[in-house]
Design a protein around this ligand. Structure first.
Ligand code: HEM
Length: 535
């Protein structure tokens, strides 16, 4: 009996197994079909010019997107041309545009993100000056670091317009820039004293420029003054530098989950984790300064600064404390690195080209003489120094891809191609400013190209009206700090050249290799020696 029952169970199990195997087979076949279908779709998307994200869009939208495709690399299935954005993206993208004969407009995919990029000034103008591209794609790190509530990443609309108006009136207007001359002058003389203290031995210029530039912004924005000498022993200044550096690193990173949203939960690059640690520290730091401003009356105890302006807003312009922190933090961020980086590039070029440096010295001697320091009004009588600044910014723009991209708000047409809403647009300003069709001998460092009266068409403004030389961008989202940035760079470079002759260090020759973080800086910091000219 027992054996009969056993037998029955064995038979039942066997038949169950058979049916299970049958069901499993069906399931496996369905899964296999789905995988094939998924793979086939992925390959179809990938086969489209520009790769995965463009193909996927074409599939979803059908006929409307069927217009002439924008040429561009396919990259890899799913991830697209992510490799173009590593190391030095402006070099990679320029080479790809050349290879695909797509200098005017190239399409590519970064995971799920559709991107267009141009290396042509005409097309750049079309993009940057169009209201359709007045938005920005928001990076995960920018969101986490509150920058969606500051000017740079705020969506195009009433809030962004209000912030720009407030900043233009109270921080960036010519009157405000001029009134900060004593502050720039004070920091310039502190730099001169520090540099003189090296007495002809080699030093890393960046270690002076970054704190100087940070001090300048801290003074304009927070009304805080740090002494440059003894910076390393100032705990508040050291903490601030650490916070800014961490923010640079996070914002400058190519974050895969910005383009592959299904990776966001894994936080593979620890962007969310690091941001969540940084934000409370920034909040504490900035909120403390805001509270101090609330408790101190400006006219009696100190001059008014940008914090006072933001706190005094009323009616529809009034900002919450959270928004004030975001706006102030962004100013410190954007205003510090760009200025320091550009000055380092300029002085590196001066060291590499002593003949050009001596032409600047001659101009300074002629306009200022050696008996007194340079003032900002002297700069108005100079032509060669501004040409040097232009030539350096042409070859070494701090934002080679104009720092932050633009986003198409609606469907539009660019250079006769259909560009769908939601497409990210970039301008390779670095490639434009080195284009042999625009500049003769483009790789040659030649400030004369901007002063020579015969080269009339080279009388180009830096401010964004001419897209052959627009390192500050152009259009509605052009850099609002360009006037302040240029005033600071020109005056400090003028002062440093007026005071010293700059020469190579014997052990660390100038190396023009670049590294692109949030801005494009010298990979190997400039190490130099100086000889005093005025004492
Ligand atoms: C030499 C210095 C500088 C360079 C090369 C530079 C470059 C740029 C570039 C290329 C953009 C993007 C423009 C566009 O999309 O068309 C930008 C945006 C911006 N810059 Fe500057 N910048 C400099 C100095 C400054 C300074 C000193 C500040 C502030 C204190 C500043 C604040 C900003 C802000 C807030 C934006 C975002 C504007 C918006 O989205 O509406 N920049 N900058």
């Amino acid at each position: 009996m027992e054996s009969k029952i056993d037998c029955f169970w064995v038979l039942a199990l066997a038949s169950k197994c058979k049916s299970l195997t049958f069901q499993n087979n069906i399931l496996a076949s369905i899964l296999l079909c789905m995988a094939f279908f998924w793979l086939a779709m992925a390959l179809c998307f990938w086969a489209h010019p520009g790769g995965h994200a463009w193909g996927k869009h074409l599939y979803k939208k059908g006929s409307k997107a069927c217009s002439k495709p924008i040429p561009g690399p396919r990259g890899l299935p799913f991830i697209g041309s992510m490799s173009l954005m590593t190391n030095l993206p402006h070099h990679n993208l320029a080479a790809a545009a050349e290879a695909y004969k797509a200098k005017r407009l190239m399409a590519f995919s970064l995971g799920e993100t559709r991107v267009i990029i141009t290396c042509s000034p005409d097309v750049a103008k079309e993009i940057l000056n169009s209201s359709v591209f007045a938005d920005r794609p928001v990076k995960e790190s920018a969101y986490n670091l509150m920058f969606n509530r500051a000017i740079g990443f705020a969506p195009y609309g009433v809030y962004w317009r209000t912030l720009r108006r407030i900043a233009a009136t109270h921080l960036f207007c010519p009157k405000q820039i001029n009134s900060a001359e004593p502050q720039r002058s004070d920091i310039a003389s502190q730099m001169v004293s520090m540099i003189a203290s090296y007495g002809g031995s080699a030093f890393r210029l960046r270690d002076i420029l970054k704190p100087a530039s940070l001090n300048n912004m801290m003074c304009s924005v927070f009304g805080r003054k740090y002494a440059l000498l003894g910076y390393s022993s100032n705990t508040e200044a050291r903490r601030l530098i650490r916070l800014v550096e961490e923010g640079y690193d996070l914002l400058g990173k190519l974050n895969f989950s910005d383009h592959l949203p299904w990776l966001a939960d894994f936080d593979l690059q620890k962007v969310q984790l690091r941001s969540s640690k940084l934000v409370p520290q920034v909040n504490r730091f900035v909120n403390r300064i805001i509270q101090e401003h609330r408790t101190t009356q400006t006219s009696l105890q100190r001059n008014s600064d940008f914090v006072d302006v933001l706190l005094s807003l009323s009616g529809p312009d009034r900002l919450s404390d959270h928004d004030i922190v975001a706006v102030l933090w962004e100013m410190i961020f954007r205003g510090t690195d760009t200025v320091a980086i550009l000055i380092e590039w300029i002085l590196a070029r001066m060291v590499l080209h002593p003949d050009i440096q001596s032409k600047v010295h001659s101009e300074l001697d002629q306009v200022v003489g050696r008996s007194r320091p340079l003032t900002e009004s002297d700069l108005q009588s100079m032509v060669y120094l501004p040409a040097v600044v232009k030539e350096v910014v042409r070859l070494h723009p701090p934002g080679p891809l104009l720092s932050w991209a633009r986003l198409a708000i609606t469907d539009t047409t660019v250079d006769h191609y259909h560009v769908p809403a939601g497409t990210t647009a970039m301008v390779n300003m670095w490639a434009i400013m080195r284009d042999p069709e625009i500049y003769a001998d483009p790789l040659k460092f030649m400030p004369e190209r901007f002063v020579n009266p015969e080269a009339a068409d080279m009388d180009i403004s830096l401010m964004g009206s001419d897209l052959r030389l627009a390192p500050f961008g152009s259009g509605r989202r052009t850099c609002p700090g360009k006037g302040l940035g240029l005033a600071t760079v020109s005056f400090w470079v003028g002062t440093l050249l007026h005071e010293f002759k700059w020469v190579q260090s014997d052990y660390d020759p100038v190396d023009l290799s670049e590294v692109l973080r949030l801005s494009c800086e010298m990979k190997n910091p400039l190490t130099v020696r100086v000889h005093a000219r005025r004492r």
